[in-house]
Design a protein around this ligand. Structure first.
Ligand SMILES: Nc1nc2c(c(=O)[nH]1)N[C@H]1C(S)=C(S)[C@@H](COP(=O)(O)O)O[C@H]1N2
Ligand SMILES: [Mo]
Length: 323
């Protein structure tokens, strides 16, 4: 796997070919597929500020990763993405998760979407891939602990699922849940300070943003267990803990859901958890981050560099109060 290429110079050939294959499968002209996919420009450049490209084109809503000025943006190697993980159901030891997750049964699998919707539905993973056209989406992942990666996901905007289930007028939030299987997930057995299952939430407006992604693959392969197989959330402008793994249920609800992290440490982990270098975690600064594979820390960008795409969601809101 040829990972260590500059993302902001040119789309690397292997990535191009993978995209090409995906786009061809979606019946898209390569010319269209390439347009808008290569990241470029400074932080102020519009990344995904345009409305989502019409579904028929199959083109990505993502225009790549906007480089941190003065720093390179390269894909984090597949080996790192799949061997350094947070998945507390298995272990709190990041390097131990992959091995412990090997016995996790991710097939068959269904994702049920219900609650305040007109058309509740249960999808198999095959349904998701066939109906919602995953495309390559390269995003930064910034963990609240202060490390980050750049990951080429295969995913689709959650809005496509929302269009299928049709939220009712009183639906205001999405509540996501991970599977709860202590027999397969050793981190859940015995004493645990967490109230399982892992739960996360988004506002309906956040979930409708084109960057809010459900991923079923990375680096052109189906997700491995340690990365949240078979389907996980990717919300690149929020701290990584919002990107809940191995989802079995999405409920549309009227009240703000309480996430596992809000329940465990409310003074440390809020509902919004938008990446913000100005607001320190109570126990450490969020001003900088260590990109996995690098030694020098780099500045963390407001909304993880995705202000052009998602900043309007928070107009009029004091993000300094929404850790
Ligand atoms: N179900 C579940 N989802 C989870 C977690 C978890 O412990 N359980 N950890 C979160 C955290 S803290 C991060 S940083 C990302 C890590 O994703 P990765 O291992 O694919 O890089 O997953 C998030 N999703
Ligand atoms: Mo994290």
């Amino acid at each position: 796997m040829d990972d260590r290429r500059l993302r902001d110079e040119i789309t690397p050939e292997p990535v191009y070919r993978r995209r090409h294959a995906i786009m061809r499968a979606a019946g898209v002209l390569p010319m269209i597929a390439m347009a808008g996919l290569v990241g470029c420009g400074a932080e102020s450049a519009p990344v995904t500020s345009t409305p989502e490209t019409p579904r028929e084109t199959g083109a990505s809503a993502d225009a790549g990763v906007v480089p941190t000025p003065g720093y390179q943006e390269i894909l984090t190697p597949f080996e790192s993405v799949t061997s350094y993980n947070n998945f507390y159901e298995f272990s709190t030891d990041k390097e131990g998760v992959a091995k412990l997750a090997q016995g996790f049964k991710t097939s068959p699998w269904t994702l049920s979407v219900g609650g305040l919707v007109d058309k509740p539905q249960t999808f198999t993973v095959e349904d998701l891939d066939l109906r919602f056209n995953p495309e390559e989406r390269v995003y930064r992942l910034r963990c609240v602990e202060g490390w980050s990666m750049v990951i080429p996901w295969q995913g689709f905007p959650i809005s496509r699922i929302l269009d299928a289930v049709v939220p009712k007028g009183d639906a205001k939030f999405l509540k996501f849940e991970t599977v709860k299987r202590p027999d397969e997930m050793p981190g859940m057995r015995g004493f645990s300070p967490y109230s399982w299952p892992y739960v996360e939430g988004l506002t309906l407006d956040e979930a409708r943003n084109p960057l809010a992604t459900l991923a079923t693959g990375l680096y052109g392969k189906p997700l491995l267990a340690q990365n949240g197989s078979p389907v996980r959330l990717v919300v690149p402008w929020k701290y990584g803990f919002k990107s809940i793994k191995s989802i079995v249920k999405i409920e549309l609800v009227a009240q703000q859901p309480t996430s596992l992290w809000m329940a465990a440490a409310p003074s440390e982990y809020g509902f919004f958890a938008n990446v913000n270098p100005e607001v320190s975690h109570p126990r450490w600064s969020q001003a900088t981050e260590r990109r996995i594979g690098e030694t020098r820390r780099r500045p963390t960008l407001y909304l993880n560099g995705y202000t052009a795409a998602v900043g309007s969601l928070y107009a009029g809101m004091d993000l300094n109060k929404n850790y």
